[in-house]
Design a protein around this ligand. Structure first.
Ligand code: AMP
Length: 268
């Protein structure tokens, strides 16, 4: 495995000589079994695998957790080695943003709702760095978690709307045995908060098939002990759910930690 810490030129030489498909898995580090699942899928399905570890300042709001976001680089590299990742790209801020970009990707209406409403600018910052990392790695295929469902939908839209010609693969959410979705931010949770955080997955699985009212009422009944941001039932994100496959999404603050989760449901 080659660790590319900062150098764009180096990355360029590492990715330019390849025959076969190059896959990228983009992360902010503090890797866990959810990230490992994405990396293993990439390893199984592409000739070359690049992991990026970069905490992107552009997608954090002024009062968010950028400064204290968990950083565990040595453990992250060990996991990447075990999985057989070829290149880990961990750029410094001035490598990604030699100057503050004045052009950003506009997420459009899907970026204004749910997490976009709670975190202004978040999705523009996220799409901008995803676009940059897709170009820098010259990836043919990129793996993203369904855990960040709205993010995945926006990345698919960007790739389609801007004719980027990259395949986007969504990977189902990896959970702890008790249902909690794995997240780097789970490290912030005290033992009590972790117990409270189970309300999110309990809400998502309370009613997997029913009318919108049945699904939403069953979910809402589980959401005690947390500070709810949103609970939404949708199919295309922009509109209410119609009969058929839908998605139930939740965001809540548990103590000082903001968590998100979602799951598929069948709407009658
Ligand atoms: P992050 O480091 O949180 O930015 O996540 C990097 C990638 O891992 C994103 O595509 C996430 O959606 C994905 N991811 C995070 N948590 C999980 C999980 N529990 N299961 C599957 N994928 C995940």
């Amino acid at each position: 495995m080659t660790l590319v810490v900062a150098d764009r030129v180096w990355l360029d030489s590492a990715v330019s000589k390849h025959d076969g498909r190059t896959a990228v898995v983009m992360t902010m580090g503090a890797l866990h079994a959810g990230h490992a699942e994405l990396l293993r899928r990439a390893r199984a399905e592409a000739e070359h695998v690049i992991a990026t570890i970069y905490v992107n300042p552009l997608q954090f709001g002024p009062n968010e957790d950028l400064a204290k976001y968990p950083r565990t680089l040595e453990d992250d590299l060990e996991l990447c080695r075990e999985i057989g990742v070829d290149v880990v790209f961990t750029p410094a801020d001035d490598v990604i943003y030699p100057v503050t970009p004045s052009v950003r990707i506009d997420p459009g209406p899907t970026g204004e709702i749910l997490d976009g409403a709670s975190r202004p600018g978040h999705f523009a910052g996220m799409l901008t760095v995803v676009h940059k990392l897709l170009r820098l790695t010259r990836a043919d295929v990129a793996y993203f978690g369904e855990k960040d469902y709205q993010q995945l939908a926006l990345i698919r839209q960007m790739v389609r709307d801007l004719d980027m010609g990259v395949e986007i693969v969504g990977v189902p959410t990896v959970r702890e045995a008790d249902g909690l979705a794995l997240s780097s931010r789970n490290r912030y949770l005290s033992a009590e908060d972790r117990e409270r955080a189970l309300a999110l997955s309990r809400a998502l699985f309370a009613c997997r098939r029913g009318t919108p009212a049945e699904i939403l009422d069953a979910a809402a009944a589980e959401l005690t002990g947390v500070d709810l941001d949103y609970l939404a039932l949708t199919d295309t994100l922009l509109g209410p759910a119609t009969p058929g496959p839908g998605r139930l999404l939740v965001a809540a603050r548990v103590g000082t930690t903001r968590l998100i989760d979602n799951a598929p449901v069948e709407v009658c």
